[in-house]
Design a protein around this ligand. Structure first.
Ligand code: FA5
Length: 341
């Protein structure tokens, strides 16, 4: 009889659980309370123990405990199904659980070219230079003609140009920004112009797109000696107090006299190594005293004013600072390379 009660209760529980909405954990919990609660039906069976003979009691006790274990595990199973269904429903409706641990994302860092540019801007801003970023696309006038480079001038071959239209090009150097600046400012002034430049050029140390920084000072009695002084202090700031500079005579149509500036090799301290091809020196940029024709093209009196200009490659500086063997690494966006900085 008692055994029959237990079996009926088990069947009733199973029937009830079958009918319950498995998405509704509150309904499942209500069944738990109904059967396993303090006043629940399974607990109630145990209270009948007192009415049984000593002989029947152990078997009855075991059967009630088996039923309790069965009901408990079925309730737990139903609750976990309900929990998963609820989570799926939330995910399908676009729910995002912000409390879940996230995938690790490494902290980024500034790009070495950006760092070099900021260092240059900081240095010259402290010396009173204004910053003009210029424009990536120039006309023939700003990129060449106003810089004393007429159409048939042989020096145009020094910089292979990407044209976007007739007499319109991606600038081949930042020197054109000098012209824009001189057209709109009267001396005395000092300015720098960092920015991207473009040339048909590609090997380990030359890229088709790279960055330059132009510099220009115009005032009365500006001399080449001052140019050398400024660039020497600048190189010491970039590469350290032991670095020396050297000015080799060169040619640019917009400066006279002109020079290429080298720094003593930062890898071998000037004694000669593989990177400086045994010379002990590395080229950084060009410079010179502003050609009077350039002043005339911009409406500045060359009898009254003199000036100096320089332009160097930021990629080259970053390569020297960080011993980067290939210029392409700087713009390749390879995470393994960038994460070193
Ligand atoms: C010029 O571009 C002149 N406008 C510099 C100048 C400015 C001279 C003002 C006088 C007065 P040059 O072509 O040498 O000069 O380039 C200057 C620097 O840009 C080079 O020393 C080098 O550091 C860098 N450079 C030139 N071509 C490339 C290239 N393809 N890839 C990376 N860097 C380059």
């Amino acid at each position: 009889m008692i055994s029959k009660n237990i079996q009926e209760l088990k069947a009733a529980f199973e029937a009830e659980l079958k009918l319950v909405d498995l998405n509704a954990s509150t309904e499942i919990d209500a069944i738990r309370v109904k059967y396993l609660g303090k006043k629940g039906l399974v607990t109630g069976l145990l209270k009948q123990m007192g009415t049984l003979s000593d002989a029947d009691r152990p078997l009855f006790g075991k059967k009630v405990n088996d039923l309790k274990t069965f009901v408990t595990s079925e309730i737990e199973r139903a609750l976990s199904v309900a929990k998963e269904a609820a989570l799926n429903q939330k995910l399908e409706s676009g729910f995002i659980d912000y409390t879940l641990p996230a995938d690790g994302i490494g902290a980024g860092s500034t790009h070495p070219l950006y760092d070099v540019r900021e260092e240059i801007i900081d240095f010259f801003a402290q010396m009173g230079f204004e910053v003009d970023f210029g424009r990536d696309i120039e006309t023939d006038w700003y990129n060449f003609e106003a810089l004393n480079t007429p159409p048939d001038h042989p020096s145009r071959d020094m910089q292979d140009t990407f044209y976007v239209a007739d007499k319109v090009m991606l600038r081949t150097h930042t020197s054109g920004t000098q012209i824009h600046y001189m057209e709109t400012h009267q001396p005395p002034f000092r300015m720098i112009a960092p920015g991207h430049v473009f040339r048909v050029d590609n090997d380990a140390t030359h890229a088709p797109m790279f960055q330059q920084c132009e510099g220009l000072i115009v005032d009365e009695n500006i001399s080449f000696a001052q140019l050398k002084g400024v660039l020497q202090v600048f190189m010491n700031k970039l590469f350290g107090p032991h670095v020396k500079t050297r000015f080799r005579p060169s040619f640019f149509p917009f400066t006279e006299p002109s020079a290429e500036m080298d720094v003593s090799c930062v890898f071998c301290d000037g004694s000669g190594c593989r990177r400086c091809k045994g010379t002990g020196w590395m080229e950084i940029g060009g410079c010179g005293s502003v050609d009077p024709n350039v002043f005339k093209n911009c409406g500045i009196d060359p009898e009254k004013y003199t000036g100096f200009a320089f332009g160097f490659g930021l990629d080259r500086i970053a390569m020297l600072k960080h011993a980067i063997p290939e210029i392409g690494l700087l713009t390749g966006n390879d995470q393994r390379f960038l994460s070193q900085f």
